[in-house]
Design a protein around this ligand. Structure first.
Ligand code: GBH
Length: 489
């Protein structure tokens, strides 16, 4: 249980990045226009029963045509930064090779408009919309044929050839490789819908890490003069031990290693997976009769490429878990059983519009300190943070509660704990296609009328609240009328 602590007052560091975030498949629509080819999500949404209500991202917020309205909203809210993602099959319809100029033109228009409005772009190269043609050749499971592994650096290169990297100073290679691997290749709930517990997710993650490292090395080598920063965004939770027992405390750290550590440890710690993952998955694989560990092994050269392959750590953070020690059933081959933990929510944590999301503001500060203690005081960007509802009301006081307390915990981590946070992006600029739950769960600080062919956008109260925080660059002691809005959970 937690009690909201009193707010701390003060300013964020000068030049702090205040952003709003979206992703290509969730907002763009125009799924088959101007030479764009199919992504795994275009395919997946057409499989009966995969998406709530049969929703698709075919039109979504129609941002492919309405990007000017998006830029105007970002400006109106006063964000200094905007994080969007580049649809891979829109700019490289065959996955690799020929550039689709019309697709590239779209991103150039968007980037130019942002810069003109005084907003810095942050571009994500991969937010889950993998080209279907490459998936057909094995996708992330295949590190041999022309696939993701070779294409990620290729895409950085091709974007630079048309001038974008000169303008874009902040890059994210991969969004939440943990989720893409586990939900896409283990549970099969996300595209490409592969259900292969305990095996494919590790292979997919392995190849994603290698792709990331290659992209980083390529970027640093070829575009040194551009002074851009390239990083990666991780799915993160704060983990609270269920009791003070040594077992539960150890299990909590183990859970962090199996989630954030799986991807962060190779990049920020020592070029390899956390030792606890190597040991446990190795042991269980042996018990299960596998000839070798289900967790792949990096070569010495790959470890060298991985270590330090990021200029900052990007954290997507929404919620927390309560963790207790529980030995997994080794007769079941699965990533979940490999970790020897049991996961719960604290029943006192408030609800949201998503079953998996309980707002726990102090978790934000705890996570930032965990990252600092584990990886050293690296530059951190919170690349996503936000909350859902299903009602979609414009007077979204519960979202103001969420942002107020989460952002205040970022401030505490900076001013009281010395964490080096350089930016914060709210998820999301607007309601959008929320993957398997379609349009039913809304994360936007702006509403989108999906029944209107013009996809009319309207600011919610939370957008006005953020505008004030952004403008003040923090929590001023006096004069912010939003402090009087009672906390709504
Ligand atoms: C982020 O992932 C995404 O980056 C973003 O695109 C998305 O819109 C946002 O969250 C809000 O959901 O737990 O197996 O039932 C956050 C992690 C991972 C949480 C998938 C929901 C649902 C699948 N998300 N999870 S499952």
């Amino acid at each position: 249980p937690y009690q909201d602590e009193p707010l701390t007052y003060g300013k964020f560091p000068d030049g702090f990045a205040w952003g709003l975030a979206t992703s290509s498949y969730q907002i763009e629509g125009a799924w088959n226009e101007d030479g764009k080819k199919e992504s795994i999500w275009d395919r997946f949404v057409r499989v009966e029963g995969k998406i709530k209500g049969g929703d698709t991202g075919d039109i979504a917020c129609d941002s492919y045509h309405r990007w000017e309205e998006d830029v105007a909203l970002v400006k109106e809210i006063g964000a200094t930064h905007y994080r969007f993602s580049i649809s891979w099959p829109r700019i490289l319809p065959e996955g690799i090779g020929a550039v689709n100029q019309l697709g590239v033109d779209y991103y150039n228009r968007l980037i130019d408009a942002l810069l003109e409005a005084g907003i810095q772009p942050m571009a994500t190269l991969y937010h889950w919309d993998f080209p279907q043609c490459l998936e057909d050749k094995g996708g992330w499971l295949n590190d041999d044929v022309p696939n993701g592994l070779k294409n990620t650096p290729q895409r950085v290169l091709q974007l630079s050839e048309i001038g974008n990297t000169v303008k874009v100073k902040l890059w994210i290679t991969l969004n939440e490789p943990y989720i893409a691997a586990l939900v896409g290749y283990e549970k099969g709930i996300f595209a490409p819908g592969i259900q292969d517990p305990g095996k494919s997710a590790y292979i997919c993650g392995h190849n994603m890490l290698k792709a990331h490292a290659k992209a980083y090395r390529k970027y640093k080598q070829d575009f040194k003069g551009q002074e851009g920063k390239l990083g990666i965004s991780f799915f993160t939770e704060a983990a609270f031990p269920a009791s003070d027992s040594e077992d539960d405390v150890k299990a909590t750290n183990r859970y962090m290693q199996f989630t954030l550590g799986w991807f962060a440890h190779p990049i920020f710690k020592d070029g390899n997976y956390p030792q606890i993952m190597i040991d446990q998955i190795g042991e269980k694989s042996k018990l299960q009769g596998f000839p070798q560990s289900r967790l792949p092994i990096f070569t010495r050269e790959e470890r060298k490429q991985l270590l330090g392959s990021s200029d900052f750590i990007g954290l997507n953070h929404y919620t927390s878990k309560v963790v207790s020690h529980a030995v997994g059933n080794h007769e079941v081959v699965s990533c979940a059983e490999d970790r020897d933990v049991k996961l719960d929510y604290d029943p006192t944590w408030p609800n949201s519009g998503s079953v998996w999301l309980r707002p726990v503001p102090p978790g934000m500060r705890m996570l930032l300190n965990w990252v600092k203690d584990e990886y050293g005081n690296l530059p951190v960007y919170i690349t996503e943070n936000g909350v859902s509802d299903t009602a979609g009301n414009l007077d979204d006081l519960h979202r103001i509660y969420y942002y107020k307390h989460f952002i205040n915990n970022v401030l505490k981590a900076i001013t009281l704990d010395g964490c080096k946070v350089e930016g914060y992006y709210a998820w999301s600029l607007m309601d959008s296609f929320e993957w398997t739950v379609g349009y039913s769960e809304k994360f936007g600080v702006c509403a989108v009328d999906f029944a209107d062919k013009n996809r009319r956008r309207t600011m919610k109260s939370s957008a006005r609240f953020l505008r004030r925080i952004f403008a003040d660059n923090g929590f001023l002691k006096d004069g912010n009328p939003w402090y009087d809005v009672p906390d709504a959970k």
